[in-house]
Write a new protein. Structure first.
Length: 301
């Protein structure tokens, strides 16, 4: 553990996907990121990760704004919408293509599932590399024929080009401000992840990495489920010469059965608590103190 000098200026963010109402875990995460910024006279930004055209809904954006405001949170500057930044993602993808680090992938989910041999990584099944082995001629022919395709990173090549990778893990708000440690990144275990989806010129990994850099984010505070994503984001930063924030991964909240809170599984939504007359100031104080509604607790690591 090394003591690093605290950055002059702190910029944190909360980056929800508008695919449902926010639950208590989102509220906890947003409060911590807001507190980190506000405690240091820094900046707190809100980014809506809405490139998933089929699952993102405008009414959920309104719900996110309502829920955060109800909890007493505000944000600096305009809300950033990823759906309005597709041109930036496309330009970055073009650079990675020119560097020879990507390939088009025509596989459907069913193709990948049927390949059977795929080992499971923290990011889900690791892509078996089927389309990496296609010839240049076949790729061009299938693209020219209009066959839908995603773009994947050639992870072996990209990591070889990038060399050894590491990121700085912060501990605040769980430890002291300025306390960080160096974590080696091993993105190769995630395999050839998608950089651009069939239906959008970006994936979560590409858009999130580019946006954190464009927004000047100095500290990314997010759930421990995104720990492997951080390794991938670190790789993309190196390839595209982008700055690297400090990362803090907070534990996830679970319900009484030990299941992760999810937007879809009837977890306690902030809107439900509000409808039942919860006092937002009390709830925010409780979450800040690590006191959660009945049945909800921090997952054991
Ligand atoms: N949009 C992601 C989510 O809602 C979070 C991304 C991040 O914080 O990097 O799970």
């Amino acid at each position: 553990m090394t003591e690093a000098a605290e950055p002059q200026h702190i910029v944190t963010r909360f980056a929800p996907s508008p695919t449902g109402r926010l639950h208590v875990g989102h509220g906890w995460s947003a409060l911590m990121a807001w507190d980190m910024a506000r405690a240091h006279g820094g900046v707190f930004r809100l980014r809506v990760e809405d490139i998933d055209g089929t699952r993102s809904r405008p009414e959920h954006v309104a719900g996110i704004v309502e829920d955060l405001q109800w909890l007493g949170l505000d944000w600096d500057g305009d809300i950033i919408f990823q759906s309005r930044r597709l041109g930036q993602y496309d330009a970055a993808l073009k650079r990675l293509k020119e560097m020879g680090l990507t390939y088009p992938c025509f596989c459907t989910r069913a193709d990948i599932a049927a390949s059977g041999s795929a080992p499971h990584g923290a990011e889900g099944p690791v892509y078996p590399g089927t389309c990496r082995r296609l010839s240049g001629e076949e790729r061009q022919g299938r693209i020219a024929a209009g066959e839908p395709h995603a773009w994947r990173i050639d992870m072996a090549r990209a990591t070889a080009q990038a060399g050894p990778l590491a990121w700085q893990a912060g501990t605040f708000p769980f430890g002291k401000p300025g306390e960080t440690s160096i974590v080696a990144a091993h993105p190769i275990t995630a395999g050839d992840v998608v950089l651009a989806r069939k239906d959008a010129p970006a994936s979560y990994h590409l858009s999130c990495t580019l946006d954190d850099a464009a927004m000047g984010v100095t500290h990314v505070l997010r759930g421990a489920d995104l720990r492997t994503a951080t390794d991938i984001h670190r790789l993309i930063q190196t390839l595209l010469a982008l700055p690297t924030p400090i990362y803090i991964h907070h534990p996830l909240l679970v319900d009484a059965e030990g299941r992760r809170l999810a937007k879809r599984s009837g977890s306690i939504a902030l809107a439900d608590l509000r409808a039942h007359g919860a006092d937002p100031a009390q709830l925010a104080a409780d979450l800040r103190a690590g006191r959660f509604p009945i049945g909800i607790s921090v997952a054991q690591a």
